[in-house]
Ligand binder design. Structure first.
Ligand SMILES: NC(=O)c1ccc[n+]([C@@H]2O[C@H](COP(=O)([O-])OP(=O)(O)OC[C@H]3O[C@@H](n4cnc5c(N)ncnc54)[C@H](O)[C@@H]3O)[C@@H](O)[C@H]2O)c1
Length: 366
C-alpha cells in the first residue's frame, strides 16, 4: 500500500492506495475515531460488487451501519437524492458523531460528500472511490456538489473527507469507457504539472488499458500526489487550483451542448484538452512539437466518436454558462509547455470559434 497526505492543517487527511483495501475499511474508520452510526451511500452497480465486503468490514469492527443504494448516473447528483440521504439519516437518528461513507464513482462521492457537508451542519465522511476518475480526481480535494437543472455542480461546498481509501482492485470491474474517462484526467496531470509523468505515460500507455497492476498503482499515486500538492497549496481555488480545470472549459461546454447525455466527464475533457492545446498553439504559447506530443497521447487515451448533432454555436453558447467565468470573461487554462500551464482570461471569442470551426472541418472529413 502507498500513502499520501493532503496537507491542510487541522483538515489534513491521508490517501491510501493499494489492493485488498476494502476489507480494511472498518479498521481504518476505527483508527479515525468514528463514534456514532454510519451510512454507506453507494449505487446499484457498485453495491452488488463491493457492498458486502465493505459492510462486513464495518460491522466486524463494531460499527452500526446502514446502506443507501442509489440509481447510477449523473441524474442522481441532485436535490431529490440528497434529500433521500437526509431522510434516511434522520430515520436512523444520526447525530453529529455519525458518519457517511461514499462508496462509488464521482457521482456518489460528490453527492454523499455534499450530504455530509450539510447534514446537521456537517458530519465526517470518507471517500472510497471505485472509478479511475474518482480515484485520481473527484475523491481528493473536498469539492462536493449536486447539480441544479440549470447547471452542473451549482450547489456545493468545499468539505474535506477524513480519509480517501483507494482499492485498485475495484478497477477490474470498471467498463472500458469509464477507464478511458479516468485516463483522460490522468494525462491532464502530466500536461499541467509534471513532464516526467507525461513521458512515463507517453512510453507506457496502451490504448487497451491492459497494463499491469503496478502501472495503475503508480498512475493513481502520481495523479493523487499532484492533486494533493495543488489542493494543499490552494484549497478553495483562489489561484493555483484553477489549473486543474485544463480541458474543462471546453469540455463542460461539450457536455452541456449534448445535454449531459452523450459524453461522460473524462471523454468530454479529452476533447477539451485537445481544443485548448490547439488554442494555445494558435496563440503562440505552445510549440508545434509539444502540441504533437500532447495530441498523440490524447489520441492514445482515445476519443468517443464526435456527436453529429451539435455545432460551433452550441459550444460557444455553453461557454457562457461556465461556472468559472469572471464577469464576461471565459477563463482558459492553456499549456505553455508539457508540465506547465497558464491561466488566461483574454482569449477573444472569435479565436475560440476559429479553433472550433477548424476542428469541425477536420471532423467532417472523416
Ligand atoms: N469533486 C470533484 O472534484 C470532481 C472532479 C471531477 C469529476 N467530478 C464529478 O464526478 C462525476 C463523474 O464521476 P465518474 O466518472 O466516477 O462517474 P460515475 O460515478 O457515474 O461512475 C461511472 C459508472 O461506473 C459505475 N461504477 C463505479 N465503480 C465501478 C466499478 N468499480 N465497477 C463497475 N462499475 C462501476 C457507476 O455505477 C457508473 O455507472 C461527475 O458528476 C463529475 O462532475 C467531481
Amino acid at each position: 500500500m502507498k500513502e499520501l497526505k493532503v496537507d491542510l492543517g487541522a483538515r489534513s487527511y491521508p490517501i491510501k492506495i493499494g489492493s485488498n483495501l476494502l476489507q480494511t475499511l472498518g479498521e481504518e474508520l476505527k483508527n479515525l475515531s468514528f463514534g456514532g452510526k454510519l451510512l454507506v451511500v453507494t449505487d446499484e452497480n457498485v453495491y452488488p460488487l463491493y457492498g458486502k465486503t465493505c459492510l462486513e468490514s464495518l460491522k466486524n469492527s463494531g460499527f452500526k451501519v446502514d446502506v443507501l443504494v442509489m440509481p447510477p448516473g449523473e441524474g442522481t447528483k441532485g436535490w431529490f437524492y440528497a434529500e433521500k440521504i437526509f431522510s434516511r439519516a434522520l430515520d436512523l437518528g444520526m447525530d453529529r458523531d455519525s458518519g457517511i461513507v461514499a462508496l462509488g464513482g464521482g457521482v456518489i462521492g460528490d453527492l454523499a460528500g455534499f450530504a455530509a457537508a450539510t447534514y446537521m451542519r456537517g458530519v465526517s465522511y470518507v471517500q472510497v472511490p471505485t472509478t479511475l476518475l474518482a480515484q485520481v480526481d473527484s475523491s481528493v480535494g473536498g469539492k462536493v456538489a449536486i447539480n441544479h437543472p440549470r447547471g452542473k455542480n451549482m450547489i456545493g461546498a468545499f468539505y474535506q473527507p477524513l480519509l480517501v481509501l483507494v482499492d485498485l482492485d475495484t478497477l477490474n470491474t470498471l467498463p472500458f469507457r469509464e477507464l478511458r474517462s479516468g485516463m483522460a484526467e490522468v494525462v491532464k496531470y502530466g500536461i499541467i504539472r509534471d513532464a516526467s509523468f507525461f513521458n512515463t505515460l507517453y512510453t507506457a500507455l496502451d490504448p487497451t488499458f491492459s497494463q499491469e497492476k503496478e502501472f495503475f498503482q503508480d498512475t493513481v499515486y502520481r495523479s493523487c500526489a499532484i492533486k494533493a500538492e495543488i489542493v494543499s497549496a490552494d484549497e478553495r481555488e483562489g489561484g493555483l487550483r484553477a489549473i486543474l480545470n485544463f480541458g474543462h472549459t471546453l469540455g463542460h461546454a461539450l457536455e452541456a451542448a449534448t445535454r449531459y447525455s452523450y459524453f461522460n466527464h473524462g471523454e468530454a475533457v479529452n476533447y477539451g484538452m485537445l481544443l485548448a492545446s490547439r488554442l494555445a498553439h494558435r496563440e503562440g504559447l505552445l510549440r508545434k512539437t509539444e502540441l504533437d506530443l500532447i495530441e498523440d497521447l490524447l489520441y492514445r487515451v482515445g476519443f468517443l466518436e464526435f456527436p453529429q448533432n451539435i455545432n460551433v454555436k452550441d459550444i460557444v453558447q455553453g461557454l457562457k454558462y461556465d461556472k468559472k467565468r469572471k464577469g464576461e470573461k471565459t477563463i482558459f487554462i492553456l499549456p505553455e509547455k508539457i508540465g506547465r500551464v497558464g491561466i488566461y482570461d483574454n482569449i477573444a471569442e472569435e479565436k475560440v470559434e476559429k479553433i472550433l470551426k477548424d476542428f469541425f472541418k477536420e471532423f467532417n472529413k472523416y
